[in-house]
Design a protein around this ligand. Sequence first.
Ligand code: DGT
Length: 231
Amino acid sequence: MTSPTCKLYKRPFTVCIEGNIGSGKTTFLSHFKQFDNTTVLQEPVELWRNVAGINLLELMYTDPKRYSFLFQSYVQLTMLQLHTYKSAMPYKIMERSVFSARCFIENMKRTKLLEDVEVVVLEDWYDWCIQNANIVTDLIVISYYIYINVVYLRTSPEVVYNRMKTRARKEENSVSLEYLHQLHNIHDEWLYDQTLFNLPAPVLVIDGNKSLEEMVIQFENCKNLIFNKKE
Ligand code: DGT
């Protein structure tokens, strides 16, 4: 029997949208805002831009050697807040995840931006959270992360580079095509070749190189798949 102070939440069917910078994740999320059975959780970029008045995203790009560790620690925290967000809706769609934060850490490891010991600390935090974050007072969930599904918006580095230049987010001035290639390769190793990290869930790959009209058709197909998956 459930105690009166302990609510039993039915865990929402959770989907994470993954893909390179500028691959169209926000557009995908916007498409799902029209459905009243779905909680849409956008990535907390605004939080990263204002940590007690400090733009941590900008610092990470202007002085990556100094600020990457700090930035990744904060990303990891804010992503966990999204994962553990309580929702009564049957579906939850999230932009990125703690899992994709590992892609950025992996790239920092490969390009020697992080010290080895910094990587160890970030990975230890990550492992601990994955094992313990589902123990939340007032909430009973069955190991939430095994139910997550992943949608991978697979988009070529050239396409995302052009989109990024067009949207002209000021912090991303220094982002190079080479950096986008590195991130693309790591996302591919993880979600397409499936050789890098353990997969948190089944992956659905969407071609992110298409025009907006064609993307909307793919989003609709994807919606049907997601909404049909619920028991
Ligand atoms: P979209 O909607 O597909 O165009 O996605 P974006 O580009 O709005 O969102 P996202 O997550 O790819 O990136 C937002 C910015 O934050 C971008 O400059 C990359 C950066 N970013 C996101 N997650 C991480 C992370 O874990 N580490 C680092 N270093 N940067 C990250």
